[in-house]
Design a protein around this ligand. Structure first.
Ligand code: MSP
Length: 517
């Protein structure tokens, strides 16, 4: 009897933070979302059933204030501003699976049910509370956390507030959280952020204030057990990661939660690595598998964002230089975890060197030489010699490196590694000079020309496939230009072209940016 073993498709669910809708999207939002999109696309390429969710965080004081200043209701404001985000994503080639809004009825019900559950379990109690409140961060700070009497994150003023509120017994979970972090060394990435969280946990953990009186903040989800209060916006927001996928299933029928990756910026580390896991523990849910905190995009040394007034509008770069080029810059230029400086000069330099000079040049040369010498069909390889073996090895190295490092989202290193076979291809073209071989009448030169163009097409096929999560549209155009088969995990192997593949039309996919710096 024959027994067929079917390897199950591995699953992957990632999340972006849900964005505040008090202003328009800026490069910070664009970066987190592109990073998550690229990570998800890599998993798809490697055969995963991969899904990611993004969305908007619509409750809280900031939105209430902005709406009041505009003279409209919070609901009108969020309906309008959530569209700025939803409309931006297709323009950035973002292929999300679901867009959640925290004003969605199913989300509100999920949050209320979970709070009722915690209340019934005795995990929530009420008391009079005084503390320093930052509207910017939507949270209280302890006196010793303030810097020069100001919010330690945004540097803005804080207000002293005294009121009754509801508290979650977060302190009960301190030791369990410390143990969990120590037992799962790659749970919080990168490692120095894990250490930062452990450092924070050396001090006794306070209980978490999870409510706001309606008299002060009406724009929130009412507490199911006390209608005079609404839920603290962070509790509402964090639960989106589960509420948004509670009715979704992978193709194999299993639930999406727990998420494989929460992608966040470093400014929201505490909320994701302390508040969220302790709520999860109290609820008895499963913990997410990884929380990855990236750094900030800086300009002139300060964070680029909606509030600093220095926001570079990603739209300008998309329109001026093209979406995939912009995505490439974000991914290649920022080492995930560290800060990076966005500058027009570095943008021009990076695009000209990696995409115009290296990838674009290789692509154009192979296309043109194949068109003129082999009637627009990729020739079969005549001899796989030492030089070609070296290219093959570099391709294999790039494939292995990508597969290995994707589990920790080391995307800038991956992009760098993928460029190696392309750079080697251009050196190989200089060394073998196919334009000279094309003029020769000797058979051995004709054979070498076929080999060079075959090897070139193979390097480009593999490099374009490996870069396709970063530059999906351009990679597809490059694939069609060389008449290559569709990208898939199985096709990530040098030497699969048969010869005879028919080229498409040539295009300058990566024009050089002419403003020299
Ligand atoms: N609403 C919360 C998240 C709730 S998630 C349950 C929030 N929203 S936000 O709109 O202010 O920011 C969202 C993300 O954008 C954060 O991850 C933040 O780090 C990121 N960025 C904002 N400015 C940034 C840069 N200049 N550079 C990179 N990312 C930064 O926080």
């Amino acid at each position: 009897m024959l027994i067929y073993y079917i390897t199950p498709m591995p699953n992957f669910y990632a999340t972006t933070p849900i964005y505040y809708v008090n202003d328009r999207p800026h490069i910070g939002h664009a970066y987190t979302t592109v990073l998550t999109d690229v990570l998800t696309r890599y998993h798809k390429l490697f055969g995963f059933d991969a899904f990611f969710m993004t969305g908007v965080d619509e409750h809280g004081q900031k939105v209430q204030k902005v709406a009041a200043a505009r003279g409209i209701s919070p609901q009108e404001h969020v309906d309008e501003y959530s569209e700025h985000f939803r409309n931006l994503w297709p323009k950035l080639n973002i292929d999300y699976g679901y867009f959640i809004r925290t004003t969605d009825a199913h989300h509100k019900k999920f949050v209320q049910d979970s709070l009722q559950h915690l209340f019934d379990k005795g995990e929530i109690y009420s008391k009079e509370y005084s503390g320093w409140y930052s509207v910017g961060e939507e949270r209280f700070f302890d006196e010793n956390e303030l810097i020069d009497g100001k919010d330690p994150i945004s540097g803005r003023a804080v207000e002293w507030i005294n009121e009754k509120n509801y508290f979650f017994k977060m302190s009960n979970y301190q030791q369990r959280l410390i143990d969990c972090i120590n037992e799962n060394p790659s749970w919080i990435l990168p490692e120095f952020r894990k250490n930062e969280v452990l450092g924070f946990l050396k001090k006794p953990l306070n209980d978490l204030c999870i409510s706001r009186p309606k008299s002060r903040l009406s724009w929130g989800i009412p507490l199911p057990f006390d209608q005079d209060f609404v839920t603290y916006v962070w509790v509402d927001a964090l639960e989106n990661y589960i509420s948004g996928v509670q009715n979704k299933k992978y193709k194999d029928g299993s639930p999406l939660w727990p998420a494989d990756f929460h992608i966040i910026g470093k400014d929201i580390l505490t909320t994701h690595c302390i508040y969220w896991p302790t709520i999860i523990m109290a609820m008895g849910w499963e913990l997410p598998k990884h929380i990855l905190a990236h750094g900030w995009w800086l300009i002139d040394g300060s964070k680029m964002s909606k509030t600093s007034g220095t926001g570079v509008n990603p739209m300008d770069y998309i329109e001026n230089y093209g979406v995939d080029v912009f995505r490439y810059y974000l991914i290649r230029e920022m080492v995930v975890g560290l800060d990076a400086t966005f500058s027009h000069d570095s943008f021009v330099r990076r695009i000209n060197s990696d995409l115009a000079n290296d990838l674009g040049n290789g692509l154009n040369r192979i296309h043109k030489l194949t068109l003129t010498n082999f009637d627009g069909k990729i020739p079969a390889c005549a001899e796989h010699g030492e030089q070609e073996k070296e290219l093959e090895n570099l391709c294999q190295k790039a494939i292995d490196f990508t597969k290995k490092n994707i589990s920790e989202a080391k995307l800038s290193l991956i992009a760098e590694e993928i460029l190696n076979p392309i750079k080697a291809l251009n050196r190989y073209l200089e060394a073998t000079a196919p334009w000279k071989l094309a003029k020769s009448t000797e058979q051995k030169d004709k054979d070498k020309l076929a080999t060079v163009l075959y090897a070139g097409a193979e390097v480009l096929r593999i490099a374009l496939a490996l870069l396709s999560p970063v530059i999906p549209q351009k990679a597809e155009q490059g694939r069609l230009m060389l008449g290559l088969p569709e990208f898939s995990e199985e096709s990530l192997k040098f030497g699969l072209l048969k010869g005879g593949e028919v080229l498409g039309k040539g295009e300058a996919l990566f024009p050089r940016i002419q403003e020299e710096t």
